[in-house]
Design a protein around this ligand. Structure first.
Ligand code: ZN
Length: 170
C-alpha cells in the first residue's frame, strides 16, 4: 500500500530545458521545432499550425519524427500505469479491452498520446502499461475507475519526469 504523493514545491529543481511556468513541460516537445509542414516517417502524423495531427501529409513537406515516435524509439515513456488487484485477474479480458479501446480513442484525438506497450499477464499478476504522454496515462486510469470502480493514484510529475500512476481494485 503506497502513500499518496503530494508535490513539495520547496524541493522542485528548475531544469535547464524546462519552461518554468509551473506547468508540466515535456523535454520531447521542446526539441528542435519541425519545419511546417512535416510528416513523421514512423507514424505519418503531420505537423502544421504548430501541432501534430492525423491530417493527410501535404505534398513537399519535410520529414521529422514526432515526439511520440522519438519516445518509442528511445524506450522512454512519459507515463506508466500499473494495474493490480483481484478484480483484474477475475475480469482480465474486460479490463484489457477497455484499455485498448480507450487508448485508441485517445490516440485518435491526441496524436502524441499513445499506449506504447503492456507487459504482465492480467490473469495472474500486475500489468504495466507505458505511454508517450501523461494525459493518456491519466486518461486510461480515469476510464478504468469510471467503468469498474477501484482507485487510481496519478501524482503529477515534476517537469521532465515520468508519471507513475496506478489503478487497483480488489
Ligand atoms: Zn510519429
Amino acid at each position: 500500500m503506497s502513500a499518496k504523493t503530494t508535490n513539495t514545491p520547496a524541493s522542485h529543481q528548475p531544469r535547464h530545458d524546462g519552461m518554468e511556468s509551473g506547468h508540466h513541460s515535456d523535454p520531447y516537445l521542446q526539441r528542435r521545432k519541425p519545419a511546417q509542414p512535416s510528416t513523421c516517417p514512423d507514424c505519418q502524423a503531420t505537423y502544421h499550425d504548430g501541432r501534430w495531427t492525423w491530417d493527410a501529409p501535404e505534398p513537399g513537406g519535410a520529414s521529422h519524427r514526432c515526439p511520440a515516435c522519438e519516445r518509442i524509439r528511445d524506450g522512454v515513456p512519459a507515463g506508466e500505469l500499473t494495474l493490480s488487484g483481484t478484480f483484474l485477474a477475475a475480469h482480465a479480458n474486460e479490463v484489457m479491452r477497455l484499455v485498448t479501446t480507450t487508448g485508441e480513442h485517445i490516440r485518435q484525438e491526441h496524436p502524441l498520446e499513445r499506449l506504447i506497450d503492456s507487459s504482465g499477464d492480467p490473469a495472474s499478476g500486475d500489468v504495466l502499461l507505458r505511454f508517450t504522454g501523461i494525459h493518456g496515462t491519466h486518461g486510461i486510469g480515469e476510464a478504468l475507475v469510471h467503468a469498474f470502480g477501484g482507485t487510481m493514484e496519478a501524482p503529477y510529475p515534476d517537469a521532465g519526469s515520468i508519471m507513475r500512476a496506478s489503478w487497483r481494485r480488489d
